[in-house]
Design a protein. Sequence first.
Lengths: 276, 322, 282
Amino acid sequence: MASHATGRGPRRTAATYVRRGLVLVYLFFLVAWPVSLVVTRTFGDGNHLASTLQDPAVVFALQMTVVVAFWAVVINTVFGVGMSLLIVRYDFAGKGLLNTLLDLPLSVSPVVIGLALLLAYGPRDGYFAPVLDAINLQVVFSVPGIIMATAFVSLPLVIREVVPVLQEIGTEQEQAARSLGAGGWQTFRRITLPSIRWALVYGVVLSLARSLGEFGAVKIVSGNISQQTQTATLLVEEKYLEFERGAAYATSFLLTLIAVAALVVVTVLRPKEEKA
Amino acid sequence: MGIEIVGVNKSFGDFVALSDIDLSIPSGGLTALLGPSGGGKSTLLRIIAGLETADSGTIEIEGQDTTNVPAQRRNVGFVFQHYAAFKHMSVAKNVAFGLEIRKRPKAEIARRVEELLELVHLEQFAHRLPAQLSGGQRQRMALARALAIEPSVLLLDEPFGALDAKVRKELRDWLRRLHDEVHVTTVFVTHDQEEALEVADTIVVINDGRIEQVGTPDDLYDKPASDFVLSFLGPVTTLGDRLIRPHDIEISRVEQAAVVDGPITRWTRVGFEIRLEVTPTDARYAPVQVSVTRTEAHALGLHPGDHVWLRPAVGAQSVVSA
Amino acid sequence: MTDLLTSPSGTTRRRRPRRSASTLTRPAAIGLGVGVTWFSILVLIPLALISFQAAGGGWGVFVETLGNPQTASAIGLTVRQALLVTLVNVVMGTLIAWVLVRDQFWGKRALETIIDIPFALPTIVAGLVLLSLYGPESPLGVDVSNTSHSVFLALLFVTLPFVVRAVQPVLMELEPEVEEAAASLGASTFTTWRRIILPSLAPSIASGATLSFARGISEYGSLVLLSGNLPFESEVASVRIFTYVENDNPAAASAVAVILLAVALAAIVTLNLISRRVARHG
């Protein structure tokens, strides 16, 4: 990386400018302009943001999204760090298979994920319905189901960030800590965790962005009942279809803001991680 | 006392890393485990440290049976080949780590860290990160970190293996002097015979998971127990049916009682030394490498192509070749 | 075995037990048990139930589902558009990665963020965003909503980062010396590109393309508002699955899901083969 920055400057030919121009135009029309329009639509004719935030349904949906995303991220962080450690630091039968399966959620349609959870935990026909009934726990069409769907879609993100870093740092630092008298937990907290912290933050930010934005899977398992199981993304759809476009754009604006903020955090973090 | 190793075995799958090792390492000495890569010496060191567990056998450190004591309670200082620096901590924090784990008072830790950094000549680097140090400095930091816990034994795994030749030489002398000051029982692993001969009080030669010979550097060099030890501790050549060092061969242009004779078929000059290859007239014997100084070659009037007679010099060590 | 142990630095540090041997300690084994249980509850069992559900009806369900012209058309549209989009991504994604790595200009960092926006943006918002520029109120006067073009557009948006992010790191690692060596041996710019650069990029382009295609055929959120879900025109497979779920027909929904999965697998295998060929016959 450093050699690229300090090396001689790139040779510029006409092709350089053609390529650069092509890329800029493509990205401008595909991403930059459309995204910026959400901002103008939100603040364009009258301030929709303020009035939208008065709507109890909007407030509820936003709160719901935050709560769901929070729990999904917490679950995925604990699960992700634990799984990463197991995969990198231990050998056991079926490790390769497990490693492959852990990536599965990224290549399954959100709608299929919703369907899968419905088949397993649906209240009437779900495979586990009798068990859930017996312990009086409603999963689908209630908050636990929404959290599960959200955790499902963002499951591999922490693992994918942490595993390569764990492999990179190796085990010598951990062994040195042990030879200096540190126990398992002390070694993890004082040596391993600080070494993976940027990768972990990066993974958490990605999971958070993904969790806040989940739509398809949540639409199926939530039941989409306003002020009960409706998340922000579901609300955007509903408001748009009910011709409350202002509210739809305003809520979208908030979600975009969070997404872009998350991205900026990630971009700021990334170079630091490379220097370490 | 020191370290007592009895009947240690260790296998990885069907690869036998150590087989039935009995070894007693004296207290306060500087001992080298010498041998080729993959011969088991690092595994033995890691078993002493508790970083690896033996399949069978016992380890005693300073009279205490530590066979089943986990690494973090053995009070062993371990220095890794690639330093294993805690990258996110400053040099001082690295050195303080073991003491912090032991919950020593802050003032004591600060004092001790200062002392140790002085000992390894890193006082002015206390607040740097390991990434800002050179390899040699990092390894000295690792040494200070291992010494901080006042270990009952200090173990070094190829400590200078990752350094370049010049720094390696400096650190070697420095380790010797440090040991004379600190006097902690020290064991280091190396595959470099020169390093072992120069630094260690006692050398343990390990090959193929077995101990070949234990002795002082002089013992090993002068009285090698096997052709492996002879050949590992310096250059060897075959003279007739015996292994011998190339500089222990007497060479003559005049016919005399000799093991073999033949023409000088190769002539390479390396600084003050001239390396010759003599191809015996008796085709049963392999070519012999002979090393002479430039002065000797001059005095004997040797030239490439000359017919010469070879025999072991007086007092030369040789063993029957396997 | 001994070869493996004789590493150049003379260390035996990397010696590892045989693959099959478990090195789990007790706490690690418990952790693994808990982790795998949670993973099974959340992911494996529900996904397995889809296959059971689909297989439960036998071939009949698949035949019947594919025989439904609306469903067949939706699957066809999805696969077609996903392929098309993947093709565009292979070209544009590689080009974007190239510009990001090899070109220097003011605002490049902003471009990095723009590339990632489709990852971070909620899919429903992505649909809304595209609708604002390419919908009925388009300031450009281009309205693709409710047509099959809208599917192409939405997929292009959500899959933008895949190829770029796959190719970029590999391109960074590529040593300029290799290209210079090729040039010094008389290769033209184009030949260098085709014989030297492309083969080294091929695996990463393929993996980006695979992700892009898999995402394309499974996309749902960004399409619901933009495409209008018109049968035989702009309705995609995910929407069909959703409709089947809403109509309480989990067997048909599962059948479509399994078909999508099979298509995705076929794509992975095909792209893997193509990338190997390109990498070998540089």
